[in-house]
Design a protein around this ligand. Sequence first.
Ligand code: DGY
Length: 328
Amino acid sequence: MDLRILITGNLPENATLPLKEKYRVEINQEDYPMDRRALILSVRDKHGLLPMITDRIDEEVLACAPHLKMIANFGVGYNNIDVKAATSRGIMVSNTPGVLTDTTAELAFALILAVSRRLVEGDRMVREGRFQFWAPMLFLGREVTGKTLGIVGLGEIGKAVAKIAGSFSMRILYYKRNRLDSAEERALAVEYADLETLLMESDIVSLHVPLTEETQHLIGENELSHMKTKACLINTSRGPVIDEAALVSALRDGKIGGAGLDVYEHEPALSPGLDELDNVVLLPHVGSGTHEARFRMASLAVENLIAGLSGQTPPNLVNPEFLPKRRL
Ligand code: DGY
């Protein structure tokens, strides 16, 4: 059958070749998100969709896609897709886990170091000609080695962060819905804590939960009030996990020491005041932003799509319950 595919972002070309060999592929070649109207028009005759995490694939889009069999998201997080609506229409959904684990953990740790040792502030100071002399008590940061790291959400990325933290001799607390068994806790050298205890005892808190109804605003005014006044908060997961207005107030009022953010509640917009604070490091959602990881993500999304459209079970299917209703 002559199947048609839409890829909504400009992916590494080599990774998409297997799709182009098999199907008729339309690609948004621009380096900005596809216009929503254009996406809705384009999905009308498509059998496969490979969307970016910036595309909201909801009921409105799905209702316009009568032939769609499979959505292969370019990202491990898939909160941009209404999976329930896709499932009820018999549409498979997949994501790209595993291939960006270390990449994102690296970035979380880069933010931990950048905030603790004031790397971005220091760079600004030097560039602006404000570095005029060395002095023993000037421009001091906080050590990371030996401190307590609280990891909220100990999935694959959280575990990779824990491994890096091990080489900084950190005490590692974690909070997760389902506690690990004791053998795995020992192997990772992590201690379970409830969220409140983790927030109270950690010098650095790093978030690694998916965005769901339960994790939206998981960290708000109340949670921030439990943190140590010198502690910093790192977020490489999804912006809405933090109540950003509450974070700005906590940072401004000195209730916590700093923050390192790669994601934002109203991405790409920032909450008022956030960019006026010196004790935050802000990045443009680049947790998986390396040449290597983006190639692996594209290849995996393509592999999922080909498997799904060839009648196999995609390796990273997130809605296995769809199978009885699968569109053939
Ligand atoms: C993901 O894979 O969910 C990332 O946020 C994309 O960088």
